[in-house]
Design a protein around this ligand. Sequence first.
Ligand SMILES: [Fe+2]
Length: 392
Amino acid sequence: MEQTFSRFYTPQFVTGRGSISFISTLGKKRIGIVRGGRSYSPELEKVIEAIAEETKALVCCFAKIRNEPNIQDIFQCMETVRDFEPDMILAVGGGSVLDTAKAIHLFYENPEMSFEDSLTPFTLPALGKKAVHVSVPTTSGTGSEATSVAVFIDSENQIKKLLMDHNLIPHYAILDANLTDSLPDSIRIATAFDALTHAIESSTAANASCMTQAIALEAAVDILENLPLAVSTNTDTKSLSLARERLHVASALAGCAITNSCTGIAHSYDHPGPAFGYAHGKVCGLMLPYTIGLCKAHPSYEAISRRLGYTGTAQELTQALTEHLFTLMKELSVDTSFQALGIDEHEYFKRVPVWSEISLNAFATMVSPAKMTYEKGLQLYDACYYGKHPTL
Ligand SMILES: [Fe+2]
């Protein structure tokens, strides 16, 4: 029978400053924590202590996860996890930490499963028989607390491997902006551009439902309006607090949007990031306005552009959005080309043919309105390197 419906997947969201205290209401007694190797939040230790105190639960820190975790990082703590037998997996950190917690939960509840077994998309079992999964992001960007994906590096060949299933979505996502206040602005900006790219790309993906689009568009506008406020020294304390909170929620909504549709070509063509060691958000954000140039006018771009106050034809509105993005990047001192970022021209262009070829097969490319070809890939990388603004 033809499928005539679509489902919308989300964790249960808990929001508000101080909302991490929600954990104590779950009545769990063996809390296993997965967190970052370095913490941007000096409040975090106190928060974890307070949770242990209030819940009278046994707390065990399973792992301190580095950026770009590899497969071994998951399995080196699995013995501790099984010995401790948590009834809650609590992930507190950035996207890498939250991703790793998804895998730890999966292999804790399914000890017979190998990593290779877990790689077939949408075949993973439901989770929650042994532990509830609570995800607490401390950055506002990846949206991992709301997504069905976890990414790991295979340390043997440096290839990215992906676990993907809606059963990996955490049961609860706690969006407590207090944990983001001490983020350095450079990280706040790079991660916000990742979230913005999720929001804008997911709204234009061919498989986006009207529900996904509504959430994605609202998240995009919220990020565009609040990011400048969230990093400005001229913003008063109350407005700063509110702007950061809105960014935090928008980033989670953008995560929901990609889970229920997909990203786009700023993600599937993001190879310069891993190749030259640049943060994911920095590369996606840089490529975003150039990719809009290839997608041409789209109702989502028009809608965002109108919300930002622009008027005109579909083409003029889309052009206005690309220029708005470039202006915002300049205002925030973000590089707008790979040349400005300092990537070596020869090293970059010798990789471009392979990148243009392999990106064509990505799902995010297939659902993008850009209708990519090998030649368009070359054109995109050329524009991104030299900073050739698109003309619609
Ligand atoms: Fe991303």
